[in-house]
Write a new protein. Structure first.
Length: 297
């Protein structure tokens, strides 16, 4: 059996930054450190940081008065920061700069009608909708756009981890209905690059394994991209999460991993599959680094 590894794959700059923020905070301030929401959507990463003293909170109200709290890479609504300040918490913000960009756009255009293309209930969408009043268009359940004046100069934002093709389809639908709509390009570069890499794999393999957690939006989108091209795909963090029947008789298997997936999980799959040959498909993305918060530099 031959293995085809997608490039790029794995950690993006925002995830690298978020994890480093937690690790540096632990070094500087000691344990425990509290993290509002999972720092990134990968259970291996979250469990590893938990062993080092990072406690994940579902609600900011759970943080003890005077403690240190880190807001996750997905972004949080302003009310969470207000609660943190009222509890005299030391606040460290690990929001991905590309998510902060969307927040800033929402605040900039808060005097206009805003449509956010995103998945309701996702942490990033919760954070973005807290910045301004907006309508969330969820392509999993919506097929009718909100009704505004046809010449309304509305603004279209998007969750950063969606399918590029699906988001463009909705954006074009909005533009056709509202010719003055301002369409912002908010899909993360890493999400776009990883989806393009999967498109290169689909013609070469019988199965694509997307390595990552099921609550990771960008991982789920990678699986959906593969399936949209007629290639079978599975999503898992480790080989024991996949029934062995999925591998039976396959000659060519593709592997990619989401932007929140560490490379060690890819190595685990390679060791499990024991391929006769490994092929690298795609090209490396340019090196991007995001600076840490001033207090951690």
């Amino acid at each position: 059996m031959e293995l085809f590894l997608a490039t790029p794959r794995g950690f993006c700059a925002g995830v690298v930054r978020a994890i480093e923020i937690v690790e540096r905070a632990l070094d500087l301030y000691g344990t425990p450190i509290y993290v509002k929401h999972e720092i990134v959507h990968n259970k291996y990463v979250v469990n590893d940081l938990a062993k080092k003293g990072a406690i994940t909170l579902k609600d900011i109200n759970e943080a003890p008065i005077g403690g240190t709290v880190i807001f996750s890479a997905h972004g949080s609504p302003p009310k969470d920061y207000e609660i943190a300040k009222s509890k005299n918490l030391k606040i460290i913000d690990a929001t991905c700069p590309l998510v902060t960009k969307v927040h800033n756009e929402a605040k900039k255009y808060n005097d206009k009608k805003i449509i956010l293309i995103g998945h309701k209930g996702h942490q990033e969408v919760i954070g973005t909708t807290g910045q301004a009043d907006m309508y969330v268009y969820d392509d999993r359940e919506d097929n009718i756009l909100p009704k505004y004046d046809s010449d309304e100069e509305l603004v279209v934002l998007s969750q950063t981890t969606l399918s590029v093709e699906d988001t463009n389809k909705v954006a074009n639908q909005i533009k056709n209905q509202y010719k003055n709509a301002i369409i912002r390009n908010d899909i993360c570069y890493a999400v776009s690059n990883r989806q393009n890499a999967v498109k290169e794999l689909v013609e070469l393999v019988d199965l694509i394994i997307v390595i990552g957690s099921i609550n990771s939006s960008n991982c789920v989108r990678l699986k959906e991209v593969a399936e949209s091209y007629g290639t079978k795909a599975v999503l898992a963090n480790s080989p024991d999460e996949i029934e062995e029947d999925n591998f039976y008789g396959l000659l060519n298997i593709g592997i990619t991993s989401g932007a929140s997936t560490p490379e060690i999980l890819v190595d685990n799959f390679i060791n499990f599959l024991k391929p006769s040959k490994i092929n690298i498909i795609g090209t490396d993305e340019r090196d991007i680094n995001f600076t840490l918060p001033v207090e951690l530099q």
